[in-house]
Design a protein around this ligand. Structure first.
Ligand SMILES: Cc1cc2nc3c(=O)[nH]c(=O)nc-3n(C[C@H](O)[C@H](O)[C@H](O)COP(=O)(O)OP(=O)(O)OC[C@H]3O[C@@H](n4cnc5c(N)ncnc54)[C@H](O)[C@@H]3O)c2cc1C
Length: 453
């Protein structure tokens, strides 16, 4: 195939975004993907009229780059926005589902927090910021600024919803940078939320596609045409003069080499460490130690009459202090139309995470029974599911724990030491699909200026 402009390692949403955008600009690009399908974590499964996401369920449209990518791929008009009911989220408290309050009045009236916790929140603007060099965990930061109950019944469950992480270990600065910045820039979260100038923002909201989220990576891969190489497992990247030589293995053990002027690495941590080992000493060593949370997703289809709860919301999150088996459960068929056949509903429960990783490794049968036993009283389950599917992600989501800054600094040094190498993916600057698209778009721009310099 001759020398390429760019070799992109990994065909998840990060690699596909960078590869697709560069291909659109006319560069010769190959995206090398180990498996036989595009999308990495993004994968949709259809069975008997049900449509389940086996990885991410929704994308939050919070950056213009997301609209930009969908428009470039010609699929902007095909997006489905989540039903208004998705704004309602439940938290487990005392064995029941309690809706999270929507505004200040709802906050005053909710039974989710005690009066002490509500009054404690009013004092937040008067609490002094932490010294700048003091890297805090999310748990310590929230206890200090908002109090223990806010950690237990609000922030903790949301951290679990995004990272499946442990707030005692996740870094407030690196895992939830926007919240950290409110204290740094305004001295208080409440003052910051009120004063922060809101720049132009995209329409917002959660979205998917009628055929599920996999439609996004499939459309990008289709746009790449022959530039999307499946069954191609990258083994190593070496420097060859000014260019790079990427060595990969095919499914039947056949070898393949690709030569390119620039390389974008969008691999998970372990594969990135192996591939980049010949190029740099420090980053591969540090990235190998990046912790991940393991998660199992348990998808279940029920007859409508077998679930008492109205399922009038996004789903629920289970605070750690409530000692449930599941981390939370999405009311998938309440989010988008076409997720369950007439007279049925679809639910997706999450299990495991950084605090209980062993649960994500349980055998499918016992795992399903434990999930059903946990959900039964919360949702009023009366019968067995008519469809089930368990998808275990081991590893699932990288954890930006205390000290994550060292990995980011090392990545910056690595890119500087190896001109033409760019580090993308969800390892450094955000794990949501939106973050990955935003970061990969910025990387595509940097690669373009490198290639034209
Ligand atoms: C269960 C789960 C639920 C989630 N829910 C949400 C959600 O609701 N909303 C949201 O915004 N985010 C969610 N996320 C996070 C988000 O989906 C991921 O962070 C994001 O999709 C990661 O994309 P990526 O391209 O960086 O990495 P990946 O998707 O991991 O892609 C990496 C790719 O590299 C390939 N690869 C691995 N080794 C090699 C090799 N040696 N050579 C070539 N290719 C290789 C893999 O096969 C894969 O395709 C969820 C994640 C998980 C696991």
């Amino acid at each position: 195939m001759g020398i390429l402009d760019v070799a992109v390692l990994g065909g998840g949403i990060s690699g596909l975004t960078a590869g697709f955008l560069l291909h659109q600009k006319g560069y010769r690009v190959a995206v090398l993907e180990r498996s036989e399908r595009p999308g990495g974590c993004i994968t949709t499964w259809a069975r008997d009229g049900f449509l389940f996401e086996l990885g991410p369920n929704t994308v939050l449209n919070n950056a213009f780059e997301i609209d930009g990518l969908c428009e470039a791929a010609g699929i902007l008009g095909q997006r489905l926005t989540a039903a208004p009911a998705a704004k309602r989220r439940f938290i487990v408290k005392g064995g029941k589902l309690v809706a999270l309050p929507g505004g200040p009045l709802g906050f005053l009236g909710t039974s989710l927090f005690s009066w002490r916790a509500k009054l404690r929140l009013l004092g937040e603007p008067f609490i002094r910021p932490a010294p700048p060099d003091d890297e805090e965990s999310i748990a310590r930061f929230v206890r200090r600024r908002l109090g223990r109950e806010m950690l237990d019944y609000a922030v903790g469950p949301f951290v679990s919803g995004v990272y499946a992480g442990d707030p005692e270990r996740l870094s407030i600065r690196h895992a939830t940078g926007k919240i950290y910045a409110l204290e740094r820039d305004y001295g208080s979260l409440i003052k910051g939320a009120v004063r922060k100038r809101k720049g132009p923002a995209p329409a917002g909201g959660l979205f998917s596609f009628p055929r599920g989220l996999a439609f996004l990576p499939e459309s990008l891969a289709q746009g790449l045409g022959e530039g999307f190489l499946t069954n191609t497992a990258v083994a190593a990247v070496e420097k060859k003069g000014d260019a790079f030589l990427v060595t990969a293995a095919g499914r039947n053990g056949s070898g393949r080499t690709v030569e390119a002027r620039a390389v974008v690495c969008a691999l998970p941590a372990k594969a990135a460490a192996l591939a980049l080992n010949p190029l740099d000493r420090e980053f591969p060593r540090l990235v190998l130690d990046l912790p991940y949370a393991d998660v199992a997703l348990v998808c279940m289809g029920f007859r409508r009459e077998d679930v008492d709860h109205p399922l009038d919301g996004f789903g629920f999150l289970a605070p750690e202090v409530e000692h449930r088996f599941v981390l939370g459960c999405l009311f998938s068929s309440s989010l988008f139309p076409g997720r369950a056949p007439e007279g049925h509903v679809a639910l997706s429960a999450f299990v495991g995470g950084a605090v209980h990783p062993e649960r994500a490794s349980e055998e499918e049968g016992p795992l399903l029974e434990k999930v059903l036993a946990d959900l039964g009283p919360l949702l009023g389950l009366r019968g067995r599911p008519v469809v089930t599917r368990v998808e275990a992600w081991r590893p699932a989501i990288p954890q930006y724990n205390l000290g994550h800054g060292a990995l980011k600094e090392s990545a910056a040094r690595c890119e500087q030491a190896v001109p033409g190498l760019y580090l993308s993916g969800n390892l450094l600057h955000g794990v949501s699909v939106g973050n990955c698209i935003q970061n990969a778009t910025a990387i595509a721009e940097r690669v373009q200026s490198y290639l034209t310099s």
